[in-house]
Design a protein around this ligand. Structure first.
Ligand SMILES: C[S@@+](CC[C@H](N)C(=O)[O-])C[C@H]1O[C@@H](n2cnc3c(N)ncnc32)[C@H](O)[C@@H]1O
Length: 272
């Protein structure tokens, strides 16, 4: 990891990140986790959604609704939403290589879903106002150099009164290494850093293996920035809860006496 050069632009960041994600796809595909998804979706009723997200989506009345997932990756979560009775599911992601996996998992599960290759901010206008629920899960917001731009897009694709559900790793985890409790993730850096980080070593977090990869850029976005940006982008905050369980790669921080907030769930409603 290293601090990003001053000259990097928003477009440079998006282009580098897209390349880096495309490079990672074949590695993810070769791991046991992907084989488990293939086997899972071959079984009717398979879902990777945990109780927190299942209850929240059910509570929002997901049955019969149109659901979008922003940055869906291989769409394991979006495809699982089918088990809750969603009527229409659309996944957006800029990595065609990961969307190919999403299509494969959908086909194995005989699940009807649409996948659109696009940078999130450039979701075509034809999708404006089409969704009841927009879902954002684990490991998405840090890829967005501009949170306001991201929330404006989420608002744009929702119907009036539609809900944005964010179920994410807590930004405090930017301070902790993925595997080792005693090692800081970004030595000498602050939770309050606002410049994006230039990260090397690739995105194979499933195997925790480094490889020669296109550098990518990650932005911390402290918790207050997420909430204030959401409010300033035309959402009402309907619910927000910090949670003690891990939803990503920090399971070693669970069950510590300090009980750090490891994840959060936030529900916003489109105003106007
Ligand atoms: C960590 S993955 C999401 C993983 C997913 N929540 C899961 O647990 O399976 C982040 C995804 O965001 C996508 N992404 C990152 N920046 C993006 C952007 N600006 N536009 C569209 N997709 C983007 C990447 O291609 C990647 O598939």
């Amino acid at each position: 990891m290293s601090a990003s050069p001053e000259s990097v632009t928003r477009d440079d960041i998006i282009a580098a990140n897209r390349k880096s994600w495309d490079e990672a796809a074949e590695r993810h595909r070769s791991h046991d986790q992907y084989a488990e998804l293939l086997a899972g979706f071959a079984t009717p009723g398979y879902s990777v959604l945990d109780a927190t997200l299942t209850e929240r989506l059910t509570g929002l009345g997901v049955e019969g609704k149109a659901v979008a997932q922003l940055c869906c990756n291989n769409a394991r979560e979006l495809l699982s939403v089918k088990t809750l009775g969603a009527a229409r599911m659309t996944g957006f992601d800029f990595s065609e290589a990961f969307l190919a996996q999403a299509r494969e998992l959908a086909s194995v599960g005989k699940i009807e879903a649409e996948f659109v290759q696009t940078e999130i901010a450039k979701i075509p206008a034809g999708y404006d106002g089409r969704f009841d629920i927009a879902l954002v899960t684990i490991g998405v917001l840090g890829w967005m150099p501009d949170l306001a731009e991201f929330f404006r897009t989420a608002r744009r694709v929702l119907k009036p009164g539609g809900h944005l559900v964010i179920y994410e790793s807590h930004p405090l985890l930017n301070m902790y290494d993925d595997r080792n409790l005693t090692v800081p993730a970004y030595p000498d850096e602050s939770y309050f850093r606002s410049e994006p980080y230039r990260a090397e070593g690739g995105l194979d977090y499933w195997a925790n293996q480094e490889y020669e990869a296109t550098a990518c850029y990650w932005t911390f976005h402290k918790m207050s920035d997420v909430i204030m940006s959401l409010l300033r982008s035309g959402f009402a905050l309907e619910d927000f809860e910090e949670l003690p369980h891990n939803v990503g790669t920090h399971d070693h921080l669970e069950n510590q006496p300090q009980q750090l907030p490891l994840s959060y769930i936030l529900v916003g409603q489109k105003e106007g």
